[in-house]
Design a protein around this ligand. Structure first.
Ligand SMILES: Cc1ncc(COP(=O)(O)O)c(C=O)c1O
Length: 361
């Protein structure tokens, strides 16, 4: 199998700014051992495996504490950022229905929001309205202009993947409160990074539940939580909002099967374990970043300038926003560059990825 990987990007030596979030060999060893320990158990059965249910609660509690969640907030583990986003959208839709709203719904999201929202909207037959950005950031005025009585959800990213910038979550929160809309913050990249960057003294804008209009947040464990692939979290301001997330098919010959997220079977994945303690894989990596000084992952320490790139906006977190020094803005990381400049090549990735290879993780 290793031979087959000979032409894969050499992420172990830092040749990939995306796809792999490498916390180093020591953290990798802990997470692999922990994952293997529970790889056969099934998260579908919390009663059969109370150990998994307990570990999930610990992961969720840890995430909520990082994101300044109020008392009564709740959450769940999912298989990835897309899963978390789709489940937040489902909760927002079912919440709207529970309020007596009906008809064709829409969501209004910034142009930079992740395509996972389009995927969820396609599955749920919801219209997506993308609002223009202002200085690479979500523009609350443009979002408001695109909203109407059928808007069930608006979105801000912390940070967005294309530019690595945190949207003005406080202004979006005020808009959500004024309009009675559900605001989801997509912190798939920043959820387990930004809190530590802030703890290390960086001046980051508000992006979490401390903005009162934020109803839900997605945060990926398999990105800067440094867990193995297939792990994310989705959080809700209250248990009452989260109650709209699970899927309940009603009566069935075998009983009533209620699943919290999109998946049925969920791997036990012991790397969720010990999250509240020093064993949490990401914690060691993140505190090491603290020792490095500014809390940013090593991959975000400049570079690229020699390849004709410079930063777009105020880079805040792990995915640096870049633009060509000629002025045209390009994607920050991953995917085909929007103006002909392939960031992955500039960043030293080996070979060109196929066009379809545009995801992040
Ligand atoms: C901001 C953001 N949201 C959502 C996602 C989707 O996450 P996943 O690939 O885990 O489904 C990504 C992936 O890179 C992302 O960067």
């Amino acid at each position: 199998m290793r031979t087959r990987a000979a032409h894969d990007v050499n992420w172990r030596e830092g040749k990939s700014a995306i796809y792999v979030f490498n916390a180093g060999d020591d953290v990798g060893a802990v997470k692999k051992a922990a994952y293997a320990m529970f790889s056969e158990e099934n998260g579908l059965g919390p009663a059969a495996f109370p150990s998994l249910a307990q570990m999930e609660r610990e992961v969720v509690d840890f995430g909520l504490s990082l994101l300044n969640a109020p008392d009564g907030a709740a959450g769940a583990m999912t298989s990835g950022g897309t899963d978390s986003i789709v489940m937040a959208m489902k909760a927002a839709r079912d919440y709207a229905r529970a309020q007596g709203r009906g008809g064709a719904f829409n969501i209004v999201i910034p142009a930079s929001a992740h395509p996972a929202f389009d995927k969820g909207a396609m599955l749920m037959d919801i219209e997506v309205r993308r609002a223009a950005l202002k200085d690479y950031l979500a523009d609350p005025a443009a979002i408001e202009a695109a909203m109407d009585a059928q808007t069930i959800l608006i979105v801000g990213s912390a940070p967005c993947f294309p530019y690595g910038l945190i949207d003005p979550i406080e202004a979006l929160s005020a808009l959500a409160l004024r309009k009675g809309a559900w605001l989801h913050v997509d912190a798939c990249v920043g959820g387990y990074l930004a809190p530590f960057v802030r703890m290390n003294g960086a001046d980051l804008p508000v992006f979490d539940f401390s903005a009162p209009g934020v109803s839900s947040i997605s945060g990926d464990l398999h990105k800067y939580g440094y867990a193995s692939k297939g792990a994310s979290t989705v959080f809700f301001r209250s248990e009452a909002l989260k109650a709209h997330m699970p899927f309940d098919a009603g009566p069935w010959p075998l009983g009533r099967m209620i699943t919290p997220t999109l998946a049925g079977t969920r791997p036990g994945r012991g790397d969720r374990g010990g999250v509240g303690g020093d064993e949490f894989p990401g914690r060691r990596r993140l505190s090491r970043q603290a020792e490095d000084g500014d809390g940013r992952p090593r991959g975000d320490r400049g570079g690229g300038e020699g390849a004709g790139l410079c930063r777009a906006g105020r880079a805040a977190l792990g995915h640096p926003g870049v633009q060509s020094s000629q002025g045209g803005c390009v994607r920050a990381a991953g995917g085909a560059a929007s103006e002909g400049l392939d960031y992955r090549r500039a960043a030293g990735a080996q070979g060109a990825a196929p066009d379809a290879d545009a995801g992040a993780s």
